[in-house]
Design a binder for this molecule. Sequence first.
Ligand code: ZN
Length: 103
Amino acid sequence: MSVVDVLLADTLLYSDGKSRPVVEAEAVLRANHVILCEAEDFNKRQIFALCLQISAMKSSPHEVKVKLGSRGTPVEQWNCICSCKAGQYGYCKHFVAVHSYVN
Ligand SMILES: [Zn+2]
C-alpha cells in the first residue's frame, strides 16, 4: 500500500515539462537515497521525507515536506518545500523522488 496516493500524471504535470529533475529523481530512487517517507496527514496528503545528499553523504539528509491537499486538489495548489538549494524555488529532484516513492 502506498504512503499517499499521488498520480504519476500529476507529478509530471507538477514538473512543468522539465525532464532534468525527473531523470535525477530516478537516480535518487535507484540509489535508495529516500531513507524516510511517512504520511503526516493521510487525508490531506501531507508527507515528510528525508533524502540522502548524493554529493555529501555524511551531511544531514535533505528534508522534504509535501502538502498536496485532499484528493483532487489541483497541482497548482501543491506546496512542496525541500532543504536543498533548488527546493527553495518550489521544485527539485527530491520532490519528484518522493512523489514517485509514495506510489
Ligand atoms: Zn530538494
